[in-house]
Every structure is written in C-alpha cells, then in structure tokens.
Design a protein around this ligand. Sequence first.
Ligand SMILES: [Zn+2]
Length: 298
Amino acid sequence: MAIAGIIPVAKGLAKIKQRSDVSCRLCKRTREQRGTSTENLPEETYGHINSAFCDGMATTVTAAHHFIWKHLYASMQVAQAPASKLRFVTPDKESSMSTLWQEEEFKQICSRKLLTEKAADIEKMIAVKEHERKPYDIDPAMFGENRFGNRRPDGIVINRNHQTLFILEFKRSSDRNENFQKIKEDEANKQHKSIIKSLKAAAQDWTIEQINFVAGKRGVIVEDDFYNKLEKLNVQAGKKDKILLAYVQRICEAHDKVMRSYYQQIHGSSGADATTSIENLKGQVYVQITHNLFVISC
Ligand SMILES: [Zn+2]
C-alpha cells in the first residue's frame, strides 16, 4: 500500500470522500492529552505520519531511525578490511560535540578551546530558529556555544594515521521523488555545516569529510552511491552485498513497525475486538483496510 501510495491516512481518505477532516488525528489526540491547543493541526499525510513532526509518531519514527542506523554502523565496523586503521567512535550512542571534546582522543585533533572559538564565528552566521529565540535573546554568545556543543552527528570515524575524520549522518527519506538522495544529502550537509567548518578551521592538518547515508522509507537505496560509501569506510569488498541486503531488510522492517504503530494508534484501542498484540494486530488491521478498500472500490 505504501508503494502504491494508498495508505488510508486522513488526507488520502478525504481525497476519495471517505473523510472530511484532513487534520492529523494522532497530533490532535496527543495535544488534547497534553492540554495544549489543537488549532492549526498538520495534515495527516503519509509523509507526516512518517516524520518526527507528528506528535503521535515522533517516538516511533526516532526508534526506526536508530533501529536501521545502529545495525548498519555495527555492520560496517565488523566488516573492516584487515589493514584498515579506521576507528568507529561510540557506535552504541550518539555523542554531542561538547561531550566528545572532553575526551583525550578528540583533544588531540584540536583543542576544545580552539574548536569553541572557531565554532562561535560560524554559529553566529547560522539563523536562529523561532523555538531557539528565548535563550538567544538572554545571551547570544552563550547560545552559540551551547548550540554547537549540543550538535550530534550520527557517527564519527577517525583514522589517526592519515589524520582523517568522517562525520556520518543517517537519514530516512521519502523515496517518491527521483532526487530524494540529493535532497536529503543537502539537508544533512546543512545540518552539520557548523561541525564541518569549525573542525576544518580548528584542525587544519586533518581532512574532515561528511558521509551521508540516505534510506528511502520504502526500501529504495541508490546502490552505486551506497557501495562507494562503504568503500570509503574501508568495508571489505566481499561483504558489501550482504550488508546492502541486511540494510534494505532492516529499512523495510522499520517501515513496517512505523505503519503498525500508526494503525495501532488509529484503530487499536477502540471497540470490543481491540487488541494490543502485534500478531493479532496484523490480522485485524489488514482486514480493516481490505474492508475499506473494498467499500471504496465499489
Ligand atoms: Zn500528526
């Protein structure tokens, strides 16, 4: 259904006149529970419920991101070519710039003080978002330092011998548009511009590079690009196919988990047949959708 573009979200149901209100039911419910305003709700589209912008789906979507990325990161690490001198830093948790630069290994790349100074110049040039306004108004200099300190790449890979540092970012993306890889990569590069520029300025002997992995939510991967990135990260040539297969499998499983969470929240907790078991949920949900489709196609 995701591939055919017929997931019965409110927007889709409205299109075929099965629903009049297109606003997101999950955002509405979450806001009601929080006691916040339900004015200006976002539209319940497939893209919306697959994003962290949906209040009802944010936790699941973030978990889906980690579920895929942790596995890929670990796979690349264990498949290193024997001569590789790459070190994959903190594969089990994301670390912020401020916590990383408390460690000796990072201080040897450049001092924390120099990095903070360079970052201050760069953070000044980056627009302050609306939700960041208050801390910025109180102390603009401190704001820049804190914002930089809180930046978290998804991974960092270091080759001390060659003085190379890779900043890794993983993104789940819509894969409807042919250019999805380029669009998400631009987004990821913009997100870490401050880290890359500050490091280049503070550690001038080092080569600093960002590598982005973009996974289409429905399992679309740009294969050549993926293989090139594995090669850059010294993954053994013979293990690339297996890694790609497992990666795509994981992406599809994550999509499945996200969709189940969505259906469970929309349909799972009401009525006498309500069930919270995933196994039962599958049957129940699919019957429900088939029924809807049947009615629609009539
Ligand atoms: Zn929502």
